[in-house]
Write a protein that binds this ligand. Structure first.
Ligand code: PLP
Length: 451
């Protein structure tokens, strides 16, 4: 081999070695020795540094609605950076991109006369929404309404407030004490009857909420935070009567509903917001991810008018902000991203694509080691049995085999294989995804290995 052919390999080896030494990766165990160095993307295709091509069926962390490498978005970012890359929106300062995006979000949001507050991502948005819920009650003379309800297996980020709402022990262990005044309820994970003692899932969850309100006192509860469809848990879709009944109970007791639409927003479930799909009537909606398709970090809290009206009454107005709130370049990218979602009909495409993939994967539900195949638009999941020799790790085993054997990227989450394709995925690519998942899941054995 010539030196030239060796050079990229040597460079990659060096990068990989530096990666292991210097980069602290989220969720990478020391036992993991493999590094997948991704260098390029186009639509649903990705390439690693060695030139291997992959099909993206995970949209990164479920956010890349418009696909990778879009030049229109790159141009929008470059233009804005050339004009005014950054200025804060604190005090009297503003910028046209932040205003335009706020107007657009306010028009899209299923909320009454909303206002928009910008953050840099999902965790920050949840932190802000928690503060808003407490401040709202406090301003109205109810400062004792401080408790925030969330759900086991709900994911809301990793700030100390948002992380306290996140309902997974792994995100708390070693970090305690977490925030007080947070209570977790049972998720409506219908295919896990053990969670409900044999009762109907919605009946159980509604009764549990009633009892929690009774026990804690409605006058002490500020808000209920929840994902309309639970992403990190494994694309857990609620029974149809769950949200109408939970929502009615919250309203009856003056508890604000914060819809965490960080994953579900911007077309992912076949609606601009999943709140519309499931009939939620939230007071606040937290968004991030799909707002820019991940091209740059951005989050936005959409606040219903009656709540917003209580937030900036004090002498300092709304008294918190992030350095990057209303970042002109991030807002310009979001506008270009929303233009593309609209122009390409990607909200409707999410429904169509989801139906195609769901129909293709549905036969897997007949297999003994498959618990459920489900989906809401382009948020899909194959839930595997926890009874194989691999236990909760079964998703990892299957997900890795799908990548290794088919070069398709899905996201293993415990026993669930989650699928969230970029919404620009073609029918042919969707069929390739279905084939890859079906092939590997079909070969899963009771030992928890892929035969
Ligand atoms: N909320 C939900 C539903 C999420 O899925 C996530 C991230 O995956 C977050 C909040 C946190 O967002 P970020 O990682 O941008 O802080």
């Amino acid at each position: 081999m010539t030196t030239e052919t060796h050079a990229p390999d040597a460079a990659l080896a060096r990068l990989t070695e530096l990666d292991q030494r210097v980069l602290l990766h989220p969720h990478r165990p020391l036992t993991m020795t493999e590094t997948l160095m991704l260098v390029r993307g186009e639509g649903c295709r990705l390439w690693d540094a060695a030139g291997n091509e992959y099909l993206d069926a995970a949209a990164g962390l479920a956010l890349c609605q418009i696909g990778h490498g879009n030049r229109d978005v790159a141009a929008a970012a470059a233009t804005q950076i050339g004009e005014l890359e950054y200025w804060p929106t604190f005090w009297e300062y503003s910028n046209p991109r932040a205003v335009e995006l706020a107007v657009r979000l306010a028009e899209l949001a299923p909320l009454e006369e909303p206002k928009v507050f910008f953050a840099s991502g999902g965790s920050e948005g949840i932190e802000a929404a928690m503060r808003m819920a407490r401040l709202y009650h406090s301003t109205r003379g109810n400062p004792e309404r401080s408790i925030v309800l969330a759900r086991e297996c709900g994911y809301h980020g990793v700030g100390y407030g948002s992380g306290s709402l996140t309902g997974f022990d792994d995100f708390h262990r070693g970090f305690e004490p977490m925030l007080p005044d947070v209570a977790h309820l049972t998720p409506p994970w219908a295919c896990r009857p053990e969670l409900f003692g044999g009762e109907d899932p919605t009946d159980f969850c509604v009764r549990e909420l009633e009892r929690t309100i009774e026990r804690l006192g409605a006058g002490r509860i500020a808000a209920f935070v929840a994902e309309p469809v639970m992403g990190v848990a494994g694309m857990v879709t609620p029974p149809p009567d769950y949200w109408p009944r939970i929502g009615a109970l919250l309203r009856e007791h003056g508890i604000l509903l914060i819809a965490d639409e960080v994953v579900t927003g911007f077309g992912r479930t076949g609606h601009w917001f999943a709140s519309e799909r499931y009939g939620l009537r939230p007071d606040l909606i937290v968004t991030a991810k799909g707002i820019t398709s991940g091209y740059v970090p951005l989050g936005a809290v959409l606040i219903a008018g009656p709540v917003a009206a209580e937030l900036d009454r004090g002498p300092d107005g709304f008294p918190i902000g992030y350095t990057y709130s209303g970042h002109p370049t991030a807002c310009a990218v979001a506008m270009a991203n929303l233009d593309l979602i609209e122009a390409r009909g990607l909200v409707a495409r999410a429904t169509e694509l989801g139906e195609l993939i769901l129909a293709g994967l549905a036969p897997l539900a007949e297999l003994q080691l498959v618990v459920e195949v489900r989906g809401a638009g382009a948020m899909l999941a194959v839930e595997l049995s926890r009874e194989t020799g691999a236990g909760e790790e079964v998703g990892n085993v299957v997900g890795r085999a799908i990548r290794r054997e088919h070069a398709v990227l899905v996201r293993p989450q415990g026993a669930v294989l989650s699928i969230a394709p970029p919404l620009v995925m073609s029918d042919a690519q969707a069929r390739r995804l279905i084939e890859a998942v079906s092939d590997v899941v079909g070969r899963l054995d009771s030992e928890g290995a892929v035969a």
